[in-house]
Every structure is written in C-alpha cells, then in structure tokens.
Design a protein around this ligand. Structure first.
Ligand code: 5GP
Length: 211
C-alpha cells in the first residue's frame, strides 16, 4: 500500500509515545484544529477505564473477538501491550486514505513498525516527555493505575524511547499548546511537499506558459 506521490490518497501519520506522555490529548487537539485530519479509533481487548467510552476512546471488544479479527487479517497492525491487545482496523484506515483524507494513528512502537513496513510514505512522529522523571510524575499523578502497573509502564517507556530513531519527527510534550502547534506544523509541512502537490503545481505552472 502506498501513501506517497501526487495521487488523491491521504497522508498517514503515526504518532507514538510512552504512555503518560499525553499523546491522546495532544492528538485530540490536533484533529480539532487541522481540517481533513482524522484520528483512527483503535480496537482493544483492554477493559475501559473510568470515564472512557466505547466508540469514543477505543472500540472495546473481547479478547476472543479481537483474536477473530486477527485470524481474518482485519488489522493493519496490532500489538500486545501490557498484556492487552490493541489494533488498527485495515478497512477503516484504507477507506479514509482512499477517500483522500489524512489519517493519524496513535499507536505503540511495535505497531508503528508494522505500519511502516506495510504503508510506504508513512510519516512517523514521536512525542517525547521532557524527561523520565517528568513522565514518572505524570503517571503517578493521574492515579489511573496501580503502582505495579505504573512501574511496568515506566520500564516499557525505557525501551519505547529507544525506538525514537525510526521516526521522522520528534516533538517534546512540555506544554500542551506548544506541542499541538508543532504537530500542526508537521502536518502542514508534509501536505506542502511538492511531490504531493504535483497535480496542483502542474496546473499553476501551465498558466505561466507562453502562448
Ligand atoms: P492505553 O491502555 O494507556 O490506552 O494504551 C496503552 C498503549 O497502547 C499505548 O502505548 C498506546 O499507544 C498503545 N495503543 C493504543 N492503540 C493502539 C493500536 O491501535 N495499536 C497499537 N499497536 N498500539 C496501540
């Protein structure tokens, strides 16, 4: 599957970050301010946390339903994260891109690696917390997980951060506004690539041709 060139297909952005970095909030704000950018809603076998709703935060499904989707090869990518299964439905993403919409996936580093191998032209953005200590403070502060789960997430964060070199862009989530503004700038810059606007460019250049 190709995501490059001057065709009508949309752009695929993949945003990864260690959990607790605030990437979900950041990307929610991003899609609010960027026209024609759509966030793909992942499927997960994890039960909803307080305040999370099915079809809003995730499509929450049972482990057996998830495994059936895997067997039917319905996922563009999927991964086991902290013992729960998470995946991006192939159909949703391909339909949006084919319709010329730009899509943003918020997925872990394993999933991002799979997507990169399957969709050429994927734009990877890694959201880094300002430091390990800042991430730890945030995770403990949100009080959503048991201390043992927090320690596990922090350990995972160490290996996730080591995958940063595979991404085209890095944004440090220091303040929310600045982080969202940088992400929007990346989207704008990627959309402005000459190769992606070739048809439009050709049309304009043509108006300059001597008669
Ligand atoms: P959480 O349970 O905190 O919502 O998410 C845990 C981890 O799962 C995060 O690192 C998040 O990026 C990752 N994740 C969420 N959705 C997907 C998905 O569709 N695919 C993959 N590979 N990872 C996901």
């Amino acid at each position: 599957m190709s995501n490059e060139g001057a065709g009508p297909g949309g752009l695929l952005f993949v945003v990864s970050a260690p959990s607790g970095t605030g990437k979900t909030t950041v990307v929610e704000r991003l899609v609010e301010i960027c026209p024609n950018l759509h966030r793909s809603r992942s499927y997960t076998s994890r039960p909803p946390r307080p305040g999370e709703a099915d079809g809003v935060d995730y499509n929450f499904i049972s482990r057996s339903a998830f495994e059936a989707m895997v067997a039917r090869e319905e996922f563009l990518e999927w991964a086991d994260v902290f013992g729960n299964l998470y995946g991006t439905a192939r159909r949703d993403t391909e339909a949006a891109l084919a319709a010329g919409r730009d899509v943003v996936l918020v997925i872990g580093v394993q999933g991002a690696h799979q997507v990169r191998g399957r969709v050429s032209g994927t734009v990877g953005i890694f959201v880094l917390p300002p430091s390990f200590q800042a991430l730890e403070t945030r995770l403990r502060g949100r009080c959503q997980d048991e201390p043992a789960a927090i320690s596990r997430r922090l350990e995972t964060a160490r290996s996730e951060v080591s995958a940063v070199d595979a991404y085209e862009y890095v944004v440090v989530n220091d303040t929310l506004d600045q982080c969202v503004a940088e992400l929007a700038a990346i989207v704008t810059a990627e959309r402005a690539r000459r190769t992606r606007r070739q048809r439009e460019v050709n049309g304009i250049v043509k108006t300059f041709e001597e008669r």
